[in-house]
Unconditional design. Structure first.
Lengths: 372, 622
């Protein structure tokens, strides 16, 4: 509880750089575990390892940089970031770069940029900024504004179309509302509303390929060589790993490339196959540790904005983990979410570490402001 | 501005509310993790065996390996059917991104006809995934070199070496050996029915006719296989286990290359057949049907032009004249009939009849003519055979009657398949009362028996039946089953194939059998014997019987004139003979279509065969 004063010299040094020791430890452990798996999943490709290391380096730098910024400053950025993000989403729809059948990228000349990544942070930040400017629990009209703040970017991103990301972003915003103490009655009401909305989603908003994914999820064996191939091979990889796994670098499903996307979205199947249920438990423990530590930081934060943002980021992180593992192991449809900090590549890694930067900022700046 | 509105804040209540929500959230997180763990447990522990099996099924493929086909040798170990490596250009369609482009580029390197291309593309659609498909077979050395040099430019394109059947002597052994060809649907169904389909998983060819077909199972061998680990593109990663194929058995024939060549040379363009057999065990020494054809044409699929030429040829090269050519035996069966006459006491060695040049049945003025129109005068059985007197046999035949003739001759093998080790065999016709009733729905008349007594009318035999029946005479009523194969061999050594003789006729009086031998001996030895001229000066002692089969009906008062009738209706020349006289090691039958008289045409051919046989010492190797 009182790390600041009971910690070692090293810890205080960490605190000086606004770094939360346990969280950093958890993250580094997860990253190391991820790199070890990537080495196997990439077919021992050193070029990929190098690229991943560089990406991790950049992401860690972003995290540490953001940790230096006070929550108050971050709070001040929330609304402008949200507005800029919305503007960019509109720009993407108008002039965006078309890749893989969807307009998601904005070409800035020197780099391609995905505005939806910004919104992953900006939406919960903006909603938290709005909600925390009133007393908790929020009133219905505030909740309504909060929902609208979630809905606008969600619809814009869904239009790109990127249904997976849009749902994740909506979820991140809704988490803020949930944590702010939205009454259970409203939660039940919203849940009913969402269920009622599902048929609309299916009939009018979902593209053919998205419907196909859901159908394949419901019955992957119906098309074993087509769209069901991914999930069948993935389940074979997981199941054949057994309790102890086939051994590091020994996974036949992954090493012989029966497993598709083995180093990106389906890397969890590689862990399951090579390290077995034991390896999976280690991975889940690491995630649970990180999530738990972040939740502690959130609950110890001194202002509502910090609490809400930190908790929302934490839960969103969990959702990534759950959705990825769920889809790889056949619990959820395939939606193309990478396994956080383990899967190869993705701009999402920088976004993710930026979120941890914000959480660290929340965790390390409170005392200076609130010492009695 | 906003800050002012939130002036009254209940920190304690808000913190409690948030912490409560955080607890709920963490509980949900833990719950969801439990769901994941439960699901993992189901997959990795409960269903482990199932997924383990499917994973193995993914990576392990069983690749069948065809056994090498057994080789075929002649009696002195000369190779008659071999396996020669040939190169073929093969493609794995799944590994080729742009098929049209690849085909175009390959066609710029070596010649690939549009016909090949389209038949290849047809196969691509029909094949299973990751099977290689031949684009062009039988590449020549230049093509192999060009393709090898450019291999790296064509992923999924390989030059494969396969063993292919080759018959080095071409048309010399065709009717005996037969040939192999691609397995067709009907044969595949048969293999399935026989439970042999699995053993043929890697085999492409099967014996179509001849020995290749008869001994298919022995020649084929046992399939081997490799268990290999493959990746998702079907590429071989490593071999896990290998069970080698067991090559088919080699077969060794009684045929002799030299004797075959002699047969081919002496027949030249003459349609006909020559078969020589060792009467002691039935081993076939020579087996030649003329005209023949090149079996190598069939191995890689014969072109329709070539096939039609063979099929529609007037000379019918596809017919195996040794076993499928059915000819009237004519006078060659006179010794056999005479034996029946002696054994039934219908005649005795001293019985003499008067031959005026023709024979008439009682109450009939139809004259059955002798081939010597002025008659042979007084004739006994020796003269009757030596000079081939017809009248003697007309009279004896009438006394014997159709039933005894038919019964005895059937025992000698006429009208029956001999059981030689190829499937292409006709039974010929040994007429009987029952046969005529069934075939023509007519009763048997004495007038039918008369020409039958000189091997004419309904009676037809194959050259093979003639040697088999003659060997029965030499073996005192024991029949040898003719067989081309005399031994099988494999890595463990050689096993003889020698079917034993079986008794078919009871000997009543051994002296009768000696009389018959003597008459055939005189046919060759005595001046005036029909085969005397043909064997004059031979340095071995042989015996035989000539035959001239009349194909065109000649009116009662007409004379046969070879030049006046269509070539295809001219007489068939026949000869049966054996040597050495006192201990025969070769019995031979010659049938020549539309060649004329047997004594002047068939006997000289038998002479040349025997000359070579003794000069080369073909059968002295035991």
């Amino acid at each position: 509880m009182n790390e600041q004063f009971s910690g070692s010299a090293k810890r205080s040094k960490l605190a000086m750089f606004h770094i939360d020791g346990p969280l950093l430890l958890g993250l580094l452990a997860l990253i190391s575990f991820g790199l070890m798996i990537l080495y196997s999943a990439s077919g021992q490709n050193m070029l990929m390892m190098k690229a991943q290391l560089i990406r991790l380096g950049v992401a860690l730098a972003v995290m540490i940089a953001l940790a230096q910024v006070t929550p108050q400053t971050i709070k001040r950025w929330s609304l402008p970031l949200f507005v800029i993000g919305l503007g960019m989403l509109v720009a993407v729809l108008l002039v965006g770069h078309v890749g893989k059948g969807a307009q998601r990228w904005l070409d800035l000349g020197f780099m391609k940029f995905q505005p939806s990544e910004v919104m992953k942070l900006a939406v919960p930040m903006a909603v938290a900024w709005f909600i925390s400017s009133h007393n908790l629990p929020p009133k219905i009209r505030h909740l309504l504004v909060g929902f609208i703040m979630c809905a606008i970017p969600t619809l814009l991103i869904a239009k790109q179309p990127d249904l997976g990301t849009s749902i994740l972003i909506a979820t991140a915003g809704v988490f803020v509302l949930f944590m702010s103490g939205m009454s259970w009655r409203i939660i039940a009401f919203v849940a009913t509303l969402v269920s009622a909305f599902l048929p609309v989603l299916w009939l009018f908003l979902m593209r053919d390929y998205q419907r196909q994914r859901v159908l394949t999820f419901l019955n992957p064996e119906s098309d074993p060589l087509g769209s069901g191939y991914h999930i069948i091979q993935s389940k074979i990889a997981i199941g054949s790993g057994g309790l102890e796994g086939k051994g590091y670098l020994q996974g036949t499903q992954s090493q012989l490339e029966f497993l598709p996307e083995r180093h990106t979205d389906f890397i969890f199947a590689v862990i399951s196959e090579e390290l077995g249920l034991m390896g999976v438990l280690v991975l889940l423990s690491l995630y649970l540790f990180i999530i738990g530590r972040c939740m502690i930081i959130a609950s110890q934060a001194q202002d509502n904005y910090s609490k809400l943002v930190a908790a929302s980021f934490t839960l969103t992180f969990f959702v990534y983990v759950f959705v990825n593992i769920g889809m790889v192991s056949g619990l959820l449809p395939v939606v193309g979410v990478p396994l956080p900090l383990v899967s190869y590549g993705g701009t999402s890694m920088v976004t993710l570490m930026a979120a941890f930067g914000v959480i660290m900022s929340v965790g390390t700046h409170k005392r200076m402001l609130a010492t009695p | 501005m906003l800050r002012k509105r939130v002036a009254i804040q209940d920190f304690v209540a808000e913190t409690r509310l948030f912490n409560h929500r955080a607890m709920v959230a963490m509980l949900l997180v833990v719950l969801m993790f439990c769901v994941i763990i439960y699901n993992q447990y189901q997959l990795q522990v409960v269903s482990y065996q199932d997924y383990q099996t499917r994973s193995e099924g993914n990576r392990i493929k069983v690749v069948p390996m065809a056994p090498n086909r057994g080789l075929i040798y002649d009696r002195s170990g000369i190779l008659l059917a071999e396996n020669k490596p040939v190169f073929s250009l093969e493609l794995v369609p799944e590994q080729i991104s742009d098929m049209t482009e690849t085909l175009e580029q390959l066609a710029s390197l070596i010649e690939i006809s549009d016909e090949l291309k389209s038949s290849f593309l047809k196969q691509v659609k029909a094949q299973r995934r990751f099977n290689s498909i031949a684009l062009k077979e039988q590449l020549n050395d230049t093509e192999v070199a060009i393709l090898a040099a450019n291999q790296h430019l064509f992923p999924g394109v390989t030059v494969e070496a396969r063993l292919s059947r080759n018959y080095p002597f071409g048309d010399l052994f065709t009717h005996a050996l037969g040939y192999i060809g691609k397995i067709n649907t009907r044969e595949l169904q048969q293999l399935d029915a026989d439970g042999e389909a699995a053993n043929y998983a890697a085999t492409r060819d099967i014996g179509k006719i001849g020995l290749e077909r008869f001994y298919q199972q022995a020649l084929h061998g046992i399939m081997g296989y490799q268990e290999v680990e493959v990746n998702n593109r079907g590429r071989l990663i490593r071999v896990l286990r290998s069970v080698p194929a067991v090559s088919g058995q080699n077969i060794h024939l009684g045929l002799d290359v030299g004797l075959q060549l002699t047969a081919q040379q002496v027949l030249k363009n003459q349609r006909g057949a020559i078969i020589a057999m060792d009467p002691r065990d039935g081993a076939v020494l020579a087996f030649y049907s003329n005209p023949s054809y090149d079996p190598n044409l069939f191995v890689h699929g014969i072109s329709s032009a070539n096939y039609n030429a063979l099929l529609n040829s007037r000379d019918k090269p596809l017919i195996n004249r040794v076993t499928q050519g059915t000819y009237p035996p004519a006078s060659t069966i006179k010794p056999h009939l005479a034996l029946l006459g002696l054994e039934t006491n219908t005649i005795t060695p001293s019985t003499k009849i008067w031959d005026p040049g023709f024979f008439t049945l009682p109450n009939s003025d139809h004259r059955f003519r002798d081939h010597v129109s002025w008659g042979h005068g007084w004739v006994d059985v020796y003269t009757a055979i030596m000079k081939s007197c017809d009248t003697f046999f007309y009279e004896m035949g009438i006394k014997l009657g159709i039933d005894r003739i038919s019964d005895y001759m059937t025992k000698m093998g006429f009208g029956e398949r001999s059981g030689i080790d190829i499937h292409e065999e006709s039974s010929g016709i040994m007429p009987s009362r029952g046969w005529k009733r069934a075939r023509h729905n007519q009763p048997w008349y004495p007038g039918d028996t008369v020409p039958l007594s000189i091997g004419q009318s309904y009676w037809t035999t194959t050259p093979l039946q003639l040697v088999v029946a003659t060997a029965v005479l030499l073996n005192n009523g024991h029949m040898a089953t003719p067989h081309l194969v005399t031994a099988f061999s494999d890595d463990n050594g050689q096993t003889e194939h020698k079917p034993s003789l079986r008794p078919v006729i009871n000997v009543v009086n051994p002296n009768n059998w000696r009389v018959i031998m003597d008459t055939m001996h005189r046919t060759v030895k005595d001046v005036g014997g029909t085969a005397h001229k043909a064997f004059a000066g031979a340095d071995y002692d042989s015996a035989g019987k000539t035959g001239t089969a009349q194909l065109a009906a000649i009116a009662q008062d007409e004379k046969y004139d070879a030049n006046a009738i269509d070539e295809r209706l001219r007489d068939n020349a026949m000869y049966i003979g054996y040597a050495p006289y006192d201990n025969p090691s070769i019995v031979i039958a010659v049938a020549l279509e539309n060649a004329g008289g047997g004594g002047s045409n068939a006997a000289p051919i038998a002479r040349q065969m025997m000359d070579y046989y003794f000069a080369a010492g073909v059968n002295n190797d035991e």
